[in-house]
Design a protein around this ligand. Sequence first.
Ligand code: N9Y
Ligand code: NI
Length: 186
Amino acid sequence: MYLMDDITRDGNPVLRKVAQKVTFPLSKENKQLADDMMEYLVNSQDPVLGQKYGLRAGVGLAAPQVGESVAMASVLVPNLEEPDQIDLKMTLINPVIVSQSVQVTALGEGEGCLSVDEDVAGYVPRANKITIKYDDFDGNSQTLKLKGYPAIVCQHEIDHLNGYLFYDKINKSQPMKIDDSAIIIE
Ligand code: N9Y
Ligand code: NI
């Protein structure tokens, strides 16, 4: 079971590497990694278990964040209006964004990251709609269309697999500057 001490922090070179593509059949190690990443997310969002183990609640976790440079990330995205409802629960293997909207969106509160201990203020511009190609556990290629918050979460995770952190995308001189037409999710 992963705890906060297992989460790699900014400065660890693994967070800046392009993750290795996953090959099939999925190895026992990679299957376990997927299970463990999802377990972290489930536990972290459970008030009792999250508290008990001192976990920072997360909606996504990418393998480099637990020290593994492999192209896998788990997401567990609650509905922002109905937090008891889950909008997206899955592990993305070898995910690639194959198309994205011109329409930009951003979280009104900015983003954070389990691998970044400091708060970094500023809008992180994301595509409002994306189409992702990824492999399922059997190695079959799948296509997924997302919009809004789940799309933001998946872009944050796919960035991890390519060595990017959220603050790389904040306007350095004017962090609160964003396209007038951007959809701000509060
Ligand atoms: C975990 C991040 C991923 C999200 C950040 C913005 C979009 C994806 C994460 C740090 C602290 C807060 C936490 C979070 C949350 C939100 C709603 C409901 C429950 C993956 N990460 N967070 N960032 N928690 N929990 O770094 O989840 O947003 O790469
Ligand atoms: Ni992150």
